[in-house]
Design a protein around this ligand. Structure first.
Ligand SMILES: *[C@@H]1O[C@H](CO)[C@@H](O)[C@H](O)[C@H]1NC(C)=O
Ligand SMILES: *[C@@H]1O[C@H](CO)[C@@H](O)[C@H](O)[C@H]1NC(C)=O
Ligand SMILES: *[C@@H]1O[C@H](CO)[C@@H](O)[C@H](O)[C@H]1NC(C)=O
Ligand SMILES: *[C@@H]1O[C@H](CO)[C@@H](O)[C@H](O)[C@H]1NC(C)=O
Ligand SMILES: *[C@@H]1O[C@H](CO)[C@@H](O)[C@H](O)[C@H]1NC(C)=O
Length: 393
């Protein structure tokens, strides 16, 4: 073998990749193949220990409209035009399996793009994935805080504007992403919908592992009331921190049993066998941004605070006749961030793949045998992009 020739091919293909933005189909396919192989050789160039250095590698992280934030409820501006969040297609049948992955930063459930937000935002948004942020048994780990209070956990359901072809494309355009954020608290009872998801964490304890789980009613992971929320313009909460997220933070919270909470906090590992905990970013400066609220806490007397440790989930919710989870959501704001870290991972992955592909092509040619790469379809592209997002958020 002529090693120098190989080296030059690698170098050349890297340069070509940089110059063209790596649009080569083969490269993308190779990248996907890489990505579908389990244990994580995906190297992410950021982590929660280096959080104060994110902006040196990812300049957007130092921008003026970053997420998360602390919501001061008394300072939020009531906006009567913010209608209930309306969802469609959220009830996924059990025959349709969903991929759950430990990406080393969080656990990510890929969502079909048939799940939609059809109300509460000015455009239609397609679901990409959902993921979680948590602390540890001794400390809460939500990203957003409310009046300075941090909640035990936070779920982000990431969507992208339907006018774009993929979440990765949308992620670089203002308003391209909409994230629904749900605060997670601990309660007395087991949450039956979360029970369709959490036990599978035991199958993906190592970074890069993934498993297929039966579809279920994703709507059930959200609070009953989707009409009460805060809205603001922000960013992905992980590198590359693109400031393209239209955030919706629900005022009502969801509750997990103590056992379920511990499953979330203590099961999955990041690299080097560390338990993955405290995967949240601290609140960022508002820098003059406005936080809107879809509801007025003054009119009509004081409502049960969503954060009340009470069985909020059990209290009848007038606006949410929600037993019909299938294609019915209420609530209006959908905004939030996508994972910018994923985007970076994709970029690096593509560059890596280019060199890898060049290598494989060379080897194949020298063996005068061409192997056909499996054809990847669009769904896979979206799937991959979603995976990348998870890394970010
Ligand atoms: C977020 O959505 C609201 C509609 O609720 C819209 O008015 C606003 O312009 C959106 N923000 C961005 C950055 O697109
Ligand atoms: C998950 O792990 C359990 C044991 O921990 C095993 O019984 C089950 O078959 C696994 N499920 C999948 C989908 O791998
Ligand atoms: C978010 O940004 C959009 C576009 O710049 C703007 O129209 C909208 O008013 C902003 N929303 C808030 C809550 O500031
Ligand atoms: C929900 O809204 C009430 C009333 O403004 C507020 O007291 C409470 O802190 C809010 N909770 C969350 C989680 O937003
Ligand atoms: C739910 O939907 C079904 C059929 O789509 C309907 O028969 C039922 O009345 C609905 N239930 C509620 C609570 O809206």
């Amino acid at each position: 073998m002529d090693l120098w020739l190989l080296f030059l091919i690698h170098l050349g293909s890297c340069l070509v990749g940089l110059g063209t933005g790596s649009n080569n189909e083969e490269e993308e396919e190779e990248e996907k193949h890489e990505d579908t192989h389990p244990p994580g050789h995906k190297s992410h160039h950021w982590n929660y220990q280096d959080i104060h250095q994110w902006d040196s590698d990812y300049p957007h992280c130092g921008g003026p409209e970053q997420s998360p934030i602390n919501v001061v409820t008394g300072a939020a501006t009531f906006d009567s035009s913010l209608g209930p969040i309306l969802l469609s297609g959220y009830n996924v049948p059990p025959e349709q399996t969903l991929t759950l992955e430990n990406n080393g930063h969080t656990v990510v459930l890929d969502l079909p793009d048939s799940l939609l937000i059809i109300g509460g935002l000015s455009q239609t948004y397609r679901a990409a994935q959902l993921h979680f942020h948590w602390g540890s048994q001794s400390d809460p780990g939500s990203e957003h805080t409310v009046n300075g209070q941090r909640f035990p956990g936070e779920m982000h359901v990431v969507h992208y504007c339907a006018e774009y072809n993929s979440v990765s494309e949308a992620a670089t355009h203002p308003g391209g992403l909409a994230v629904l954020a749900v605060f997670i608290q601990e309660g007395e009872e087991e949450n039956p919908t979360f029970q369709q998801l959490l036990p599978f964490l035991q199958n993906i304890t190592e970074e890069g592992e993934r498993t297929e789980i039966p579809g279920f009613d994703i709507r059930g992971l959200l609070p009953q009331r989707l009409d009460r929320y805060y809205r603001y313009n922000g960013s992905l909460t992980t590198p590359p921190c693109y400031q393209t997220v239209n955030w919706t933070l629900f005022n009502q919270t969801v509750f997990l049993s103590q056992e379920q909470m511990e499953l979330l906090e203590d099961t999955v590992h990041a690299d080097h066998d560390h338990i993955l905990q405290n995967n949240f970013r601290a609140p960022q400066s508002l820098n003059g941004r406005k936080v809107l609220s879809s509801f007025s806490s003054k009119v009509g007397g004081r409502r049960l605070p969503g954060a009340a440790p009470n069985p909020a989930a059990a209290s009848p919710a007038p606006d949410d006749s929600a037993q019909n989870h299938s294609s019915q959501g209420t609530g209006e704001s959908v905004d939030h961030s996508m994972s910018t870290g994923d985007m970076l991972a994709i970029i690096f992955g593509v560059l890596f793949c280019v060199t890898a592909i060049a290598f494989f092509v060379y080897v194949r040619r020298t063996r005068s045998r061409s192997k056909r790469l499996g054809s990847e379809n669009k769904a896979n592209v979206i799937y991959k992009a979603a995976t990348a997002e998870d890394n970010l958020a």
